[in-house]
Design a binder for this molecule. Structure first.
Ligand code: FEO
Length: 393
């Protein structure tokens, strides 16, 4: 896509990655963008680069506005390679540009790109005068890397918070009011759930800190997806809600099954939950994507996980799910477990242990049946679902 002026002399010069479906394991079903921004002024500034495979396109987009040797500064809001790995290519031609990172970014820069490129550091409150404009820096450690920072364009009230408030959403459009609002918030929630959820404490603190600064914000221009301009505080409010663990009357049932017994149990539990008026989301792990499952968990009150026992252990796909979600540490959920076994159990006990180790609030009772559940046992599963629903209300 070609560059676009988003405010006077401020340009989006990023790229659209329409075809990516696996972003380090995150299922990017709608692709993504790597956003970079160019400020044209007495001193020209590039904020972030793109993934190295798109360096040619970034170079072309910059060149539509200024020559690369007219770049004075390249700011890297964090070092993750989807935003920094085109830098070595860009600095080959941008010979007059100084690279700017946060203090924590210096070591990260050297670890990625060696010591052959000079970098300067900026800290919270530092300002860079570019002519008509003033850029201000706000360090944002663990949003989501240790070196993350925000760049704020004071005169235009544009916040460039890098990954925060982003969405993996490829589009020919650049603004929130130009795309489907439901899809946009779904992708923003998915991004939060799968990338930022374990960092809810620093996120909550940073939101309060930025709000307390009372800086006007007309646009939030993240490093993925579209720019929030119609009501930028809408996504800030959503982040506040998510970081506080606000949930809906919803229960997510996640399971896997070998010969269908755990599926039968899962269905009966789902009916029990549903009988209490709560929404149910239902996933067989091998038929689903964990990125989507975790997105549903974000606003759920309870998660019920089922596994058959195989060789005294939980099913591998369930183990993989619990490892992933255990790292993301969703807050404020009830976790319950069920499963089936043949000649010896073990899966339920193991799931409970893993969940407790992850710090989850594990429901006091589990369900486990041998071979195929009887009608009576399925009624018990229904009751188990009803019980969890009542607890979750
Ligand atoms: Fe989009 Fe943390 O990189």
């Amino acid at each position: 896509m070609t560059s676009l002026e988003i405010a006077r002399d401020i340009f989006w010069v990023g790229v659209v990655d329409w075809n990516i479906r696996d972003f380090h394991g995150y299922f990017t079903r709608r692709g993504t963008t790597y956003n970079a921004y160019l400020l044209r002024d007495e001193r020209n500034v590039l904020v972030d680069t793109v993934k190295h495979t798109f360096a040619d396109e970034l170079e072309k987009n910059i060149s539509e506005i200024v020559d690369l040797d007219e770049l004075d500064y390249i700011i890297l809001n964090h070092l993750e390679m989807d935003h920094s790995s085109a830098l070595p290519r860009i600095v080959e031609k941008a010979k007059n540009a100084k690279v700017i990172v946060s203090p924590r970014g210096k070591n990260a820069f050297i670890r990625h790109y060696g010591e052959g490129i000079d970098v300067e550091t900026v800290k919270t409150g530092d300002k860079l005068k570019t002519g008509r404009r003033t850029l201000m820096f706000i360090e944002a450690p663990m949003l989501h890397w240790p070196d993350s920072m925000f760049t704020y364009v004071a005169e235009d009230a544009i916040l460039m918070p890098n990954d925060a408030f982003g969405q993996h959403l490829a589009s020919s459009k650049r603004f929130d009011d130009e795309v489907d609002g439901a899809i946009l918030i779904e992708e923003a929630a998915k991004y939060y759930a799968n990338i930022l959820m374990p960092l809810w404490k620093p996120i909550a603190r940073k939101i309060e800190e930025v709000v307390a600064m009372e800086i006007p914000i007309k646009m939030i221009a993240p490093s993925h997806g579209v720019i929030w301009r119609s009501d930028p505080m809408k996504i800030v409010s959503a982040y506040r809600r998510w970081s506080e663990g606000e949930s809906k009357e919803k229960v997510v049932i996640v399971y896997d099954s070998m010969w269908g017994s755990t599926t039968l149990m899962a269905r009966a539990i789902a009916e029990g939950v549903s009988s209490q008026g709560l929404e149910v989301k239902f996933f067989k792990i091998r038929e689903s994507d964990m990125t989507e499952i975790v997105t549903e968990i974000l606003e759920a009150k309870a998660v019920v996980v089922g596994s058959p026992t195989i060789n005294t252990s939980m099913f591998p796909s369930v183990g993989s799910f619990l490892t992933y979600v255990g790292g993301l540490k969703p807050v404020g959920k009830i976790w319950a477990f069920f499963g089936s076994y043949g000649w010896g159990g073990g899966a339920v006990k193991q799931m409970v242990e893993v969940a407790k180790k992850a710090g989850f609030d594990v429901y006091e009772r589990s369900m486990e049946v041998q071979y195929v559940p009887t009608r009576r046992e399925l009624e018990e599963c229904f009751g188990f679902g009803r019980e969890i629903a009542q607890k979750a209300k």
